[in-house]
Design a protein. Structure first.
Ligand SMILES: [Zn+2]
Ligand SMILES: [Zn+2]
Length: 278
């Protein structure tokens, strides 16, 4: 299973779009891993989690062939995760041509919740016809597994917004299992009922709050609690890797500084372009 972090930043990116705070200035100067685009992940080059507003630059930077993406799984409807305009560029009404002979995908399957579906439909309806051949939407429900390409996704309940049922996902493929857990604060007990006894090879956690306490996103404190819970429910072992993502300027630490803190708990701070084979 090949996991590629295309972006590891929070909604405002890092350095933040208009921000001149101390850490944004330092991150800009330091460059490299300290530069974080909006969060998303590409799995096995064919399943994309979330459509970030930075997808275009991510395509250029990592030389992605997005025509080969078969499925797009969306966590929630916030603009940093579901840029409906970018998705619509996949349709013939936008003169998008796909080379099927070279493995281009005819119809992309999009999966998400009810709120994402409403945004999707609004986007599709702007152009009256022509998208159905290239894009199909599937509403998915909490704790009900579905198959995207050859991967089994189980939506779990994030703790992120009151007005939307946001998801994190358990993803199973090729005998491996990962937990993709942003954007969320500490998750409710009901989720552990579903995943207990299931061993994760990798746990990717929201750490937007850094050293600050959770507020709809996790910080290192909630990350540590989550690791403890996962241990308690026999979901993790010595081989499990813990990656932190959705990093923000709000706690005042650059990637390098946060990595020093995170290392104390055996967490790795993910960075844009990081590719992991499990
Ligand atoms: Zn976000
Ligand atoms: Zn800033």
């Amino acid at each position: 299973m090949k996991l590629q972090y295309l972006g590891t930043g929070a909604s405002e990116a890092f350095p933040a779009l208009f921000c001149e705070c101390d850490v944004c200035v330092r991150a800009l100067k330091a460059g490299g891993k300290n530069i974080k685009r909006r969060s998303s992940m590409l799995i096995n080059d064919k399943v994309l989690i979330d459509v970030s507003p930075d997808l275009y630059m991510q395509k250029l930077e990592y030389q992605l062939n997005l025509a080969k993406v078969e499925s797009i799984v969306v966590t929630h409807a916030d603009e940093d995760h579901f840029d409906v305009f970018s998705l619509m560029l996949r349709g013939k009404p936008n003169y998008c041509q796909i080379n099927y002979a070279e493995g281009g995908v005819e119809q992309v399957q999009v999966y998400g919740n009810e709120t994402v579906e409403a945004l999707y439909k609004k986007g599709v309806n702007k152009k009256l016809k022509g998208y159905q051949e290239q894009l199909a939407y599937h509403r998915v429900n909490p704790f009900q597994p579905f198959t995207a390409s050859n991967m089994v996704f189980t939506p779990l309940l994030a703790n992120h917004r009151l007005d939307e049922q946001c998801y994190i996902y358990m993803i199973e493929c090729e005998g491996k299992r990962i937990l993709y857990a942003n954007d969320t604060d500490a998750i409710d007990e009901i989720n552990y009922e579903t995943i207990k006894g299931k061993r994760f090879d990798l746990v990717s956690m929201d750490c937007a709050r850094g050293i600050l306490p959770g507020d709809g996103h996790m910080g290192l404190g909630e990350n540590r609690d989550m690791k403890r819970k996962l241990q308690q429910y026999q979901c993790v072992g010595p081989q499990t890797r813990y990656l932190l993502t959705h990093i923000s300027h709000m706690c005042g630490m650059t990637h390098d500084e946060l990595q020093m803190e995170a290392a104390k708990y055996e967490f790795e701070v993910a960075y844009d372009g990081l590719t992991i084979e499990i």
